[in-house]
Design a binder for this molecule. Structure first.
Ligand code: PMP
Length: 454
């Protein structure tokens, strides 16, 4: 159910209520209450043995629940939903205005220059595939990329640089590669989805431009946690997904310079991307429309715009201190935990998002992740996180377990995870598990399905 009460935007926890009642001005410690209200704030999940517990969601780097204001906005606009750009009726005109308004919101939020394009896509993967079809030359990438920023680049035109033990040495390696042979594009993730380590995109932009290359940033992980600006960081392109930015309705965006995009083949061929069509000749549009054939995901686009507006309302300082407090707590706890190792890419990374990937000295992280879910109601992720080359290089084991946090997370979430992890590492799961094609699962699973399941 969608809450509409504005006062409910930030739930008041016991400690906060106590300090309010006592009139004490002491601020609530950073991270002790959610920064923003998410739709899953009150979610309870069943655990083995017939109980239900408050869900702890430490898998937000994979996909984040919607901000409540995003879900409310979607519910508010749905009655007006109608065809975009073509209809003459009032709802259709409002729908068109919403999409074009969202385009302006995205442009403003990411510091787009006046002549940059904002193309709505399905997600980051889609956005980077679009760019790959437009690059007029070689693309240089680091080996630490998510597959979405590793696989789209044309065979023979992709040059991979292995990231070095330090960020400084990695910049040197990129510098040497771009000096050795010119490239059209350097494309980097803003932050590793495995380690959370943030890359210095301003310095990377200067480096690329010094060699006559453009730079694209895969901001799938970065944008939900840090303000990113094309103009301020002098980036040429930026890609991100709504579903990691608390707008999980199936849209993403690609923003950046128009010339390559205007010269590229249409991302999808079809209605809306063309000026005129004759059976023997097609005149393709320029601008975002060239790559947005077919009916767009209006709901997803509206959701993205509302989420970005919410980031602005929350403010960077509040987001930073909330997530930093939780990240520090998570890493301090993991540092004290025996029997595990935290995976790092760089020795000198001084900024990281609320992501930690661990390896077990003994035992299976897949089983550990399954038990965290089934016995403790805690969601994490096990695997290689669609970054196989990087994971295989930096990790000692075949798979890792990733915990990731965000605006809806609290110190209580982090503590529940650390407590459950310690118990599982020392005692093992309390129930029996089996390993099937989908991974580990309880041998006897008595958790009821929700009533909407079919
Ligand atoms: N890049 C990074 C750094 C990611 O973490 C992800 C998602 N795990 C992607 C790209 C791909 O995002 P999407 O699935 O939304 O296309």
């Amino acid at each position: 159910m969608i809450a509409t009460d504005q006062a409910a935007v930030r739930p008041v926890r016991t400690s906060e209520a106590a300090s309010m009642m006592s009139g004490s001005a002491s601020p609530v410690p950073a991270g002790s209450v959610p920064l923003a209200r998410l739709v899953d704030a009150e979610l309870e999940v069943p655990v083995l043995g017939g109980r239900a517990v408050r869900h702890v969601n430490l898998d937000v780097a994979a996909s984040a629940p919607a901000f409540t204001v995003v879900a409310e906005q979607v519910a508010r606009v749905l009655p007006y939903y109608a065809s975009v750009h073509r209809g003459t009726g009032y709802p259709s005109q409002q729908t068109t205005a919403l999409v074009e308004g969202a385009r302006a919101t995205v442009a403003r939020h990411v510091g787009a220059r006046d002549d940059d394009l904002v193309v709505f896509t399905r997600n980051t993967t889609d956005a980077l595939n679009l760019l790959a079809s437009a690059v007029p030359g070689d693309t240089v990438v680091l080996d630490l990329e998510h597959h979405a920023n590793l696989l789209p680049w044309r065979d023979g035109a992709r040059r991979v640089v292995v990231a070095q033990p330090t960020i400084a040495e990695t910049l040197d390696a990129l510098d040497a590669e771009l000096a050795r042979c010119p490239a059209a594009l350097l494309t980097v993730t803003g932050a590793s989805n495995v380690t959370g380590e943030v890359l210095p995109i301003d310095r990377l932009a200067r480096l690329a431009h010094a060699h006559g290359a453009r730079i694209a940033v895969d901001a799938a992980q970065l944008l939900p946690h840090r303000r990113v600006s094309l103009e301020a960081s002098d980036l040429d392109y930026l890609a991100f997904s709504g579903h990691k930015a608390y707008a999980p309705f199936g849209a993403g965006a690609f923003v950046g310079r128009a010339d390559w995009l205007d010269a590229a083949p249409a991302h999808l061929a079809g209605g809306g991307a063309v000026e005129t069509v004759r059976l023997d000749r097609v005149e393709w549009k320029h601008g975002a429309a060239r790559h947005e054939a077919g009916t767009p995901n209006v709901v997803g686009i509206v959701a993205i715009a509302r989420a970005l507006a919410e980031f602005e309302r929350l403010g960077e300082a509040a987001r930073d201190s909330h997530e930093q407090a939780l990240t520090d707590r998570l890493h301090a706890g993991l540092g004290a935990q025996r029997g595990i190792r935290v995976v790092h890419g760089f020795e000198d990374a001084d900024d990281r998002l609320g992501i930690a990937t661990i390896e077990l000295e003994r035992g299976s992280v897949g089983l550990l992740a399954a038990a965290l879910g089934a016995e403790h109601g805690i969601s994490v992720r096990a695997g290689r996180f669609c970054a196989h080359p990087f994971f295989d290089r930096v990790a000692g084991r075949a798979n890792g377990l990733r915990a990731s946090l965000g605006a809806g997370s609290t110190t209580d979430d982090v503590d529940r995870f650390l407590t459950a992890l310690a118990k599982l590492v020392s005692d093992g799961p309390a129930h029996a598990y089996d390993r099937g094609p989908e991974g580990w699962h309880p041998l006897v699973d008595d958790r009821p399905r929700p009533e909407f399941a079919f």
